[in-house]
Design a binder for this molecule. Structure first.
Ligand code: ZN
Length: 205
C-alpha cells in the first residue's frame, strides 16, 4: 500500500526539511583517503572531527517505482587545494537517475561515466542538475558558504560508494583556482576494465 500524499517544507535559511524520514551526517573522519593532501587532512582532523555534510530525506517506501527526496547540507572548507566534497557514488541499480537543485551556496557536481567520460556542472540557486543513469556523482562545495541542494531519485536506487575507491578516486580532482575552481587529473586513477563495466550494467533491474 503506497504512503498517503504529504507536503514538506524546505526552510530557505537553515535548509531544514519538515517531515523527514532519516538524517545522517558525514564527519571528516568518514572521508579519510579522499584527498590528495593527506597531511592537510590529518592537520584538520587533529583540530576536531567536524561534520562536513548532512543529508535529510523523505522516503515513503523503498519500493521500485517510488521516490526518495530530500536535502544535502555541505559545509564550506578546504583540504589543501581541494574543497569539502561528498564521498560520491554510483547507484547500486546503476540505471537509476537523480536530480539536484541548488537552494543556497554554490558548488560543482562532478560526474564520471563508467568508461571515464568526465563532466563538471556548476550548482547554484535556481539551477537543476540532471544526473543520467550510469553516472558516478560527487558534490563539491566550491563557495565560501554552506551549499544546500535538494534532490530526488528512485527509491530503490541504492548507493555503491566502493566504485570510486576501486579506481583510486575519481578521474579528476576539483581544486581552488583564485576565487574559482578548476579540474586537475588524478594520476592514481585506474580505468575500469570491460569486466568492471559489464558488472555495472548487470545491476540494471
Ligand atoms: Zn545518487
Amino acid at each position: 500500500m503506497p504512503a498517503p500524499p504529504s507536503a514538506h517544507r524546505l526552510a530557505p535559511g537553515s535548509g531544514a526539511l519538515t517531515g523527514r524520514s532519516h538524517r545522517y551526517e558525514k564527519r571528516l573522519s568518514d572521508l579519510a583517503g579522499l584527498y590528495a593532501d593527506g597531511k592537510a587532512f590529518d592537520r584538520l582532523l587533529g583540530s576536531g572531527d567536524r561534520v562536513v555534510y548532512a543529508v535529510e530525506d523523505v522516503r515513503p517506501s523503498a519500493a521500485a517505482g517510488d521516490l526518495c527526496f530530500g536535502v544535502t547540507h555541505m559545509q564550506p572548507g578546504r583540504i589543501g587545494a581541494e574543497f569539502f566534497m561528498t564521498r560520491g557514488h554510483i547507484h547500486a541499480i546503476a540505471n537509476r537517475p537523480e536530480t539536484y537543485r541548488g537552494e543556497a551556496g554554490r558548488g560543482v557536481m562532478l560526474l564520471e561515466s563508467p568508461d571515464g567520460a568526465v563532466e563538471t556542472l556548476e550548482v547554484a540557486p535556481e539551477t537543476t542538475i540532471y544526473v543520467p543513469p550510469f553516472w558516478i556523482h560527487r558534490s563539491v562545495n566550491t563557495g565560501p558558504d554552506p551549499l544546500v541542494m535538494s534532490f530526488v531519485y528512485p527509491a530503490d536506487s541504492g548507493q555503491d560508494y566502493g566504485i570510486i575507491a576501486r579506481s583510486n578516486g575519481m578521474k579528476v580532482r576539483i581544486v581552488a583556482d583564485g576565487a574559482g575552481w578548476r579540474t586537475v587529473p588524478n594520476p592514481a586513477w585506474r580505468p575500469r576494465t570491460a569486466e568492471d563495466i559489464a558488472a555495472i550494467h548487470a545491476t540494471v533491474a
